[in-house]
Design a protein around this ligand. Structure first.
Ligand code: NAP
Length: 518
């Protein structure tokens, strides 16, 4: 029997006594680990975070917390080879793993250095300037942020077992709030390996981080107004958690990052032969093959001028033909497996739903010949591109096939693009690929209210562009509507999500002393 993964509770490792859920390798189907939280004392975890972890972090200044993050990131960086080996079992290629593992560690470094540069050697943060209130100058106001006294429960999706944890943990540590990490069961073994090193590093005070390896059980029953639930996953799970009494009655803060039908828009100027056209087809092919299309930010809707449909299909085809699907342990493979056979079947089902109003113009969702792997035991799928020419139909704007799948949607007039983008009902990210400033302005003003992030890609920035799908620690990640309505990252904004803003009023001398101005 493979190893039962342990949770980390109030300073001790806890292994459930039952058989638990077997988690298998995405490419080979071999057993990797067992996961269970049977018997886990969730009350004890929340109490420990409230009584030990939070106070321990709050005794440190922002500068000291930033230093602790640097120590942590350095430790993880030195141990990351083991995470990369383990990541292959998730179906990710070595290149995919870089975004998850090095991306997570890099994000921790960024928060550490931004914290050292931008936060005071204190435990209280000012927001804006002093507001003069009394005419005589003896009574002023000042907004400040202080650490919440609760716990940050992070509930994560299967696709970023390392980055998903670290991008939430780093700002919570800076904010002085203890964290409980709950990864998705399917890839929990990778998060668990990193968690063991987080504890072993000794970089964070006792109780600053705990770990639930398996189902969350009754954890939410113990959360209330001082606590934060930071969720990443499907819209349906978000709806369940959002309706929990912890949120609706006891007022725990709830942040959701969910699925979205992100679009990428090709400008009418970007016809075949222009640099922007080439950038566009490269981006589409890269998006749907990176992590086998299992990124929440992946381009699901490609909005293209009607006149270039054939050219785009030919361009994307030429790129996708080079894709080598198979076991990520084989160095010739460029696209690995989906996370599980169950997930592959869900993606196939979603493609079936999309086909009600679109035709497949590239790939076959039911047939694949993976390199170094068994097509039945591993969760493989070939890239699939669909074409939806009926603008009245809703499927392409509503159905998320969380795999190597995208739909081309032609538009007639540039003025139609904003409305088409909005039909995703709120997305994490959109991109516009064009060298026409007027078109870009029109798209940005019409599409930005429906997006958390917009990439404007052209020949001038392509060399340094981080791409459509990659959230950056400096920039906001999240989106309105269907994308969950939440917000993460965005530099020091992320830290403030774990803090309370309060308007202080008093004499200038007292206020200045409190915020360290005197
Ligand atoms: P999921 O099924 O919604 O699961 C997400 C997390 O919620 C997992 O840790 C899961 O735990 C947990 N969970 C499920 N039911 C729960 C409950 N009743 N109480 C407490 N926790 C519960 O999503 P997924 O399949 O892992 O991820 C794929 C989806 O996530 C896609 O739709 C994708 O678009 C979205 N996603 C969004 C973002 C973003 O940043 N916006 C990033 C990545 C993925 P178990 O695994 O133990 O069930």
């Amino acid at each position: 029997m493979p190893e039962m993964l342990a949770s980390y509770v109030a300073g001790e490792w806890y292994s459930a006594p039952d058989e638990g859920t077997m988690v298998v390798d995405a490419a080979t189907g071999d057993a990797v680990a067992r996961v269970s939280t049977t018997g886990l004392d969730t009350r004890k975890m929340v109490d420990h975070a409230h009584q030990v972890g939070g106070p321990g972090l709050r005794r440190l200044t922002f500068q000291e917390r930033a230093a602790a993050l640097k120590e942590l990131a350095t430790y993880l960086d030195a141990n990351k080879a083991a995470y990369h080996e383990l990541s292959l079992a998730t179906g990710a290629t070595r290149r995919d793993a870089t975004g998850d593992i090095d991306g997570g560690i890099g994000t921790t470094f960024v928060f550490s250095s931004r914290g050292r540069r931008e936060l005071p050697d204190a435990d209280l943060l000012t927001d804006g300037d002093v507001e003069p209130i009394g005419k005589g100058g003896t009574f002023v106001g000042q907004h400040v942020y202080t650490s919440l006294h609760g716990v940050a429960l992070q509930v994560n999706a299967f696709n970023f077992p390392v980055w998903g944890m670290l991008e939430k943990l780093a700002p919570a540590v800076l904010a002085g709030v203890a964290t409980i990490v709950k990864p998705a069961t399917q890839t929990a073994y990778l998060t668990a390996a990193v968690m063991r090193d987080i504890i072993a590093s000794g970089a964070l005070p006792e109780g600053a981080v705990q770990f639930v390896c398996g189902g969350a059980g009754d954890l939410l029953d113990h959360l209330g107004d001082e606590d934060v639930i930071a969720f990443t996953g499907s819209a349906s799970t978000a709806a369940v958690l959002r309706g929990n009494d912890a949120v609706t009655r006891r007022a725990a803060r709830f942040n959701a990052e969910t699925d979205s039908l992100n679009c990428s828009i090709l400008g009418p100027d970007a016809v075949a032969g222009t640099p922007e056209f080439d950038l566009y087809v490269r981006e589409i092919a890269r998006e749907i093959t990176t992590k086998a299309g299992q990124r929440c930010t992946c381009i699901r809707r490609a909005l293209i001028p009607e006149s270039v449909v054939d050219d785009v299909i030919a361009g994307v085809r030429a790129r996708l033909d080079k894709t080598v699907v198979g076991n990520p342990r084989n160095d010739t493979v460029t696209m690995g497996a989906l996370v599980s056979v169950h997930q592959r079947d869900e993606v196939r089902e979603a493609v079936g739903a999309l086909r009600r109003s679109a035709e497949i113009v590239y790939g076959d969702p039911t047939s694949v010949d993976p390199v170094d792997a068994d097509a039945e035991r591993g969760a493989f799928m070939a890239p699939v591109v669909l074409l939806c020419t009926d603008s009245e139909r809703t499927e392409a704007h509503q159905v998320e096939a969380f795999g190597p799948v995208t739909t081309l949607i032609p538009y007639r007039k540039p003025g139609d693009v904003g409305a088409l983008a909005a039909r995703g009902n709120g997305s994490l990210v959109g991109s516009v690929v064009s060298y026409d400033r007027e078109f870009v302005h029109e798209v940005v003003t019409s599409a930005a209210p429906h997006h958390g992030r917009l990439l404007i890609l052209d020949r001038d920035c392509a060399g340094e562009s981080t791409g459509h799908g990659t959230p950056m620690p400096q920039l906001v990640h999240g989106g309105p509507g269907r994308a969950g309505g939440g917000e993460e990252l965005g530099g020091m904004r992320a830290v403030k999500h774990f803090m309370q803003r309060t308007a202080l009023q008093g004499s200038p001398a007292v206020i200045d002393a409190l915020v360290g101005r005197s």
